[in-house]
Design a protein around this ligand. Structure first.
Ligand code: ZN
Length: 122
C-alpha cells in the first residue's frame, strides 16, 4: 500500500485515512496540523525575488504553486478546502501557496454568500 500524498510505502496496519485517501502516519500528522498564521517573511522574500527578476504570469512559481494555480484556473472558482483535498495539502502548505499566488496577482479571494472562493485573476 502506498501513501496517496508522499507516495511512500505504508506497512500493514500503519495506514491512516484522511478524507477518503490513504496516507502514511507522517502525512496524516502534517495534514491534521493547523498552524496559526503563516510566515510573512517567506512570502515577502518570494515576492521580492519575483519583482527583481521581473517575472510574469506563472514564471518563477514552484511546481506546487503552479498546481494550485492550475486547479483554480481550471475550475474557475474553488474553495480552500477543494484545493486542500485535491492536492492533499496541509493547512500551512495551502496558506503558503495561496499567499504566494495572491502576491503574484494570479489568484484572488472573493466572498460569495458568506463563503470564500479562490478565483483566477484576469
Ligand atoms: Zn505520506
Amino acid at each position: 500500500m502506498k501513501c496517496d500524498r508522499c507516495g511512500s510505502e505504508i506497512k500493514e496496519g500503519e495506514s491512516f485515512s484522511y478524507q477518503g485517501r490513504t496516507v502514511c502516519e507522517e502525512c496524516y500528522m502534517e495534514l491534521g496540523l493547523h498552524f496559526q498564521g503563516c510566515d510573512p517573511w517567506a512570502t515577502y522574500t518570494a515576492t521580492r525575488i519575483r519583482d527583481q527578476k521581473n517575472l510574469k504570469g506563472t514564471e518563477g512559481l514552484t511546481d506546487l504553486q503552479k498546481k494550485v494555480y492550475g486547479l483554480v484556473k481550471d475550475k474557475g472558482r474553488v474553495t480552500r478546502d477543494d484545493v486542500k483535498l485535491a492536492l492533499l495539502l496541509s493547512e500551512a502548505e495551502l496558506d503558503a501557496q495561496i499567499a504566494a499566488l495572491m502576491h503574484s496577482e494570479l489568484v484572488k479571494e472573493r466572498s460569495e454568500a458568506g463563503r470564500f472562493y479562490l478565483i483566477p485573476v484576469a
